[in-house]
Ligand binder design. Structure first.
Ligand code: SAH
Length: 368
């Protein structure tokens, strides 16, 4: 693909291309157009992915003229930070970014002991229309490019590399992103190509170099794409947003269920497990009086019996004007206990960043 063809959604107002949208081969082609030898691509690549450079000026082994030439034609930081919020407890940091075409997306960094887990977006908006989700309200604006997905990780990696970086903790601080979850805005499997280009870049030994097992992709359950992911040969974790054990209820909460009903989804997950031997996580956001009864817990336990899986119960994040309310802590625990008694491994997700609008599309809506 030529640099010209790459311009879709990636060139900024000054017409600069994002180098994060290039493979190393494409980077070499771009530099060749500037009359540069092949080894320059490796140098620039290393500055971006191994040393987290934010600016061409940092690339001190490049001639000054080339650094200036690159700065005029290209960028390695395509995301403009609009807002940043740190939770009072200091363990959640959220950033709202503006993309070159004005769209906005969110990323959230969470601290758990020694982990630095980054929740990233895969699309600006989302087309899936889940009725309890803030991102769904505005519909889909567009897919993120692979570079825009990777850019979120690099931005936080640069941030964490600074010695004074918050969030501060008493424990020894890993100075980079240790885990990534694709649980921000968008449906990653609805932007499959770009997401997987980004995932390969993030896991490549000469790219960002994060272990595939430290990354989790969360999907609403696009069955054909789950089949495809099983054949990728990368050990990325799979999480499936279930939220209900039967079609009648799930179709109300997750409209795509009408196309890929629960039985079909569970068959795809079963095949995924057989192929990859990996445990799959089911996400279940508990909503008061909607999907949180003991009967539904039993029904869920029944359909998941025998699957190599784990259930993550999510306390519902409040969405303005939404009819859904979170389930109480006591009822959440009771729901979890039923699943455990039925032999299904279950945890309740920690609530993070609620006061800084860190849940699912909240910050973008507040800023709109
Ligand atoms: N589209 C993907 C990933 C993005 S959402 C997916 O559906 O899995 C990440 C998780 O947050 C999903 O499980 C989603 O259902 C859940 N979620 C969405 N809105 C929520 C809310 N208001 N409260 C709690 N979880 C929510």
């Amino acid at each position: 693909m030529t640099a010209q063809m790459k311009q879709d959604g990636a060139a900024d107002s000054a017409g600069r291309l994002s180098l994060l949208d290039f493979s190393q081969e494409e980077m070499a082609g771009f530099l060749a157009q500037l009359g540069e030898p092949r080894y320059r691509a490796r140098q620039v690549w290393e500055w971006i992915y191994r040393r987290y450079a934010a600016d061409f000026e940092e690339m001190t082994n490049l001639p000054q003229g080339l650094r200036e030439g690159l700065a005029a034609k290209a960028t390695i930081a395509p995301l403009e930070k609009v807002t940043e919020l740190l939770s009072a407890s200091g363990d959640t940091l959220k950033r709202l970014y503006r993309l070159p075409d004005g769209q906005t997306i969110e990323s959230v960094l969470m601290l758990y002991d020694r982990r630095r887990t980054l929740c990233i977006s895969s699309q600006a908006g989302c087309a899936m229309g889940c009725t309890f989700c803030a991102t769904a309200l505005g519909g889909l604006a567009r897919n993120l490019t692979a570079g825009e997905i990777v850019a979120q990780v690099l931005d936080f990696a640069r941030y964490l590399a600074k010695p004074e970086a918050e969030p501060q903790t008493d424990v020894e601080r890993p100075t980079t992103v240790t885990n990534i979850v694709l649980m921000g805005m968008g449906e990653p499997m609805h932007n499959y190509e770009n997401v997987w280009t980004a995932l390969r870049r993030l896991t490549a030994a000469d790219g960002f170099g994060l272990g595939a097992r430290a990354i989790t992709l969360s999907t609403v359950g696009l069955v054909p794409m789950i089949e495809r992911m099983a054949d990728e040969g990368l050990q990325i974790g799979l999480a499936v947003s279930l939220h209900a054990p039967n079609d009648e209820l799930r179709s109300k909460l997750v409209p795509i269920n009408r196309r890929y009903p629960v039985a079909m989804l569970l068959e795809a997950v079963q095949r995924y497990i057989e192929k990859t031997h990996r445990r799959v996580t089911f996400e279940y956001a508990l909503m008061q009086g909607i999907n949180d009864s003991p009967e539904l817990a039993h029904e869920l336990g029944e359909i998941l019996a025998g699957l190599l899986c784990h259930v993550n119960l999510i306390p519902l994040n409040p969405v303005p004007d939404s009819p859904y309310q979170p389930t109480s802590a006591a009822e959440t625990e009771a729901f979890a206990e039923i699943l455990r008694q039925r032999g299904v491994s279950t945890t309740v997700r920690l609530r993070r960043g609620i006061e800084i609008n860190a849940g699912c599309g909240q910050l973008r809506r507040a800023a709109a």
